[in-house]
Design a protein around this ligand. Structure first.
Ligand code: PEP
Ligand code: MG
Length: 557
């Protein structure tokens, strides 16, 4: 008899496969010593294990592409790093440490030296610890850390995935992802969606799933089936995802326009957005160009970075968001490191109170980049909560000739005061990730709170409606640029609530466009009404999925 586990649906598509679990963390070897007569053998073991790990990392790098390949080949140099290898040998000879204990201590000592040096060197500390774990795993015979490579396609089951693990995910091999932790806007969820791997996160009971069993998962419905029948496995495998193409013109079945835009963070992502026929960029997260920087980039550097994105979208809309530093994206030159609640702290536009010159220089850089390129540039500020903040921001933009200045609506206060805010802001973009976090008082990074952290929450949908209604009073357009925009089932609901554009990871564009093209605007309004009437997020999602059953079936979503 099959059983169904449920979690948060974060990346659509169905998959069936054999489970491979993420290895448990490599345990710290006990503080043990070797006999004098075994010292040479222990040194030899250190050498053999570091060589073996180096070879396996080089093999992984050879099979990877792009950034993952670069990351792996740099990491592959570490096991043989003289500081690490010779320190481990010294610890065996001078301290009679066992091979595994010596490697552990040497790597920790090196990581501790790197950590205080600031990025990028401090980031190497994580790689050193990764290599430490691999060498110790080799010496002690436990499973090495990282995504396993069993040589066949599989469903990866994990507690959660670290950013380093996700760098090596290959969609041809990892056919589905199931995690017990992580929320809908966690790193794992965003990456799964970008790679097009069906995924369900925050699955209750995922910890009981065992290596080698077969599961069927539905990343659109948020379900994981254990002990599926042969028919259920076949049905999931047959539901191969159709590779759809977006024709570059978002609309409902009766021609109501919905601009479908892309979220990008750098020129490389802008190219991917162009390839996916995005109508423009609805959210350019500028802070990603500067993460890991200790000092503010110069205006010239900023101009170069922004032009890289603008150049990809000549003649098209690009919405540049000013620095959203703070909380999960701290930037040392504006973020205080002693706030007790960083998500409720000086982040987003609030940093401009203490550092007005940083915002001024960024606006100047955006204005220069806009003047040098032909993209149709708008600017918006993150984390706006009040009318005075809005007025100050729009005034600052206008002083530099940036006439299309808007605000992100991601604080409930802004949604509730939308009518006053849009008397001044020329457009709005709803950041549903943060709007959900603040409306539900649920940390967006916490898997335990995933049932609360979804934009299907009727309370969040109410705030979307309030935002659109207030803006409509002044004829101002409102879009959505949070992860909710990439949910093809939620898209018609958002349009029915009054949203005029949706900005998402480029990979989601074709599915969202396909659903909208099959639903009329009147139907979108009915679906919005249906969702708002429901008592819970689950009920809202189920009701809308039910009402769209034929469309979703046709599109295998
Ligand atoms: C959001 O909060 O929905 C948003 C788009 O901004 P970020 O995810 O960058 O905080
Ligand atoms: Mg946000």
């Amino acid at each position: 008899m099959s059983t169904t586990l449920t979690g948060a649906p974060v990346s659509p598509g169905r998959a069936a496969g054999v489970v491979v679990t993420m290895p448990a963390p490599v345990p710290e070897p006990p503080l043990a010593t070797v006999a004098e007569t075994d010292v040479d053998a222990a040194v030899e073991r250190v050498r053999a294990a570091t060589t073996a790990v180096q070879e396996s990392l080089l093999a992984l790098a050879a099979g990877a592409t792009g950034t993952a390949a670069d990351v792996l080949s740099v990491t592959a140099a570490l096991p043989a790093d003289p500081t690490l290898a010779s320190d481990a040998e010294r610890r065996v000879r001078a301290g009679s440490r066992t091979a595994e204990r010596a490697v552990w201590e040497a790597a920790d000592a090196l990581a501790a030296q790197l950590e205080p040096l600031g990025p990028p060197l401090s980031e190497r500390a994580r790689d050193v610890r990764d290599v430490r774990d691999r060498v110790v795993a080799e010496l002690t015979g436990v499973r090495p850390p990282g995504v396993p490579a069993p040589g066949h396609p599989f469903v990866l089951v994990a507690d959660d995935l670290a950013p380093a693990d996700t760098a090596t995910l290959d969609p041809a091999v990892v056919v589905g992802i199931v995690t017990s932790g992580g929320g809908p806007t966690s790193h794992t969820a965003i990456l799964a969606r970008t790679l097009g791997i069906p995924a369900v996160v925050a699955v209750q009971g995922a910890a009981d799933i065992v290596e080698g069993e077969t599961v069927v998962l539905d990343g659109g419905a948020g379900t994981v089936l254990r002990d599926p029948s042969d028919d259920e496995v076949r049905a999931a495998r047959d539901a191969v995802r159709v590779e759809r193409v977006f024709d570059g013109h978002g609309r409902t079945s009766d021609g109501h326009r919905v601009e479908l835009l892309a979220n990008v963070a750098d020129p490389e992502a802008a190219q991917a957005a162009v390839a996916a026929n995005a109508e423009g960029v609805g959210l350019f997260r500028t802070e990603f160009c500067f993460l890991g920087r200790d000092t503010e980039p110069s205006v010239a550097e900023q101009v170069a970075a922004y032009r890289g994105v603008l150049a990809a979208f000549g003649g098209k809309k690009v919405v540049v968001r000013t620095l959203d530093a703070g909380a999960d994206k701290p930037l040392p030159f504006v973020t205080a490191d002693d706030e007790p609640n960083p998500a409720l702290g000086v982040r987003g536009l609030r940093t401009a109170v203490r550092h007005p010159e940083v915002l001024d220089r960024q606006l100047q850089a955006i204005a220069e980049a806009a003047a040098a390129e032909s993209a149709d540039v708008s600017v918006m500020a993150p984390m706006v909560a009040t009318v005075p903040e809005t007025v100050a921001f729009v005034d600052a933009c206008e002083r530099l000739g940036l006439s299309r200045a808007g605000v992100m609506v991601e604080v409930p206060a802004a949604a509730l005061r939308s009518r006053s805010i849009f008397a001044r802001a020329t457009f709005g973009s709803i950041g549903t990730n943060d709007l959900t976090q603040y409306a539900m008082a649920a940390d967006r990074m916490l898997g335990d709170l995933a049932p609360l952290s979804t934009s299907w929450q009727p309370a969040v949908l109410e705030l979307v409606r309030a935002t659109c209604d207030g803006a409509a009073a002044h004829g101002r357009p409102v879009g959505v640029c949070g992860e909710a925009a990439a949910d093809a089932v939620l898209a018609p609901v958002l349009v029915g609530l009054g949203v005029r554009s949706l900005s998402m990871t480029p990979r989601a564009l074709a599915d969202v466009a396909a659903v909208l093209a099959r639903v009329s605007f009147v139907r979108c309004r009915e679906l919005a009404h249906l969702a708002l009437e429901q008592p819970t997020a689950d009920a809202a999602r189920t009701a809308v999925r039910g009402a769209l059953a034929e469309v979703l079936e046709e599109l295998s979503l």
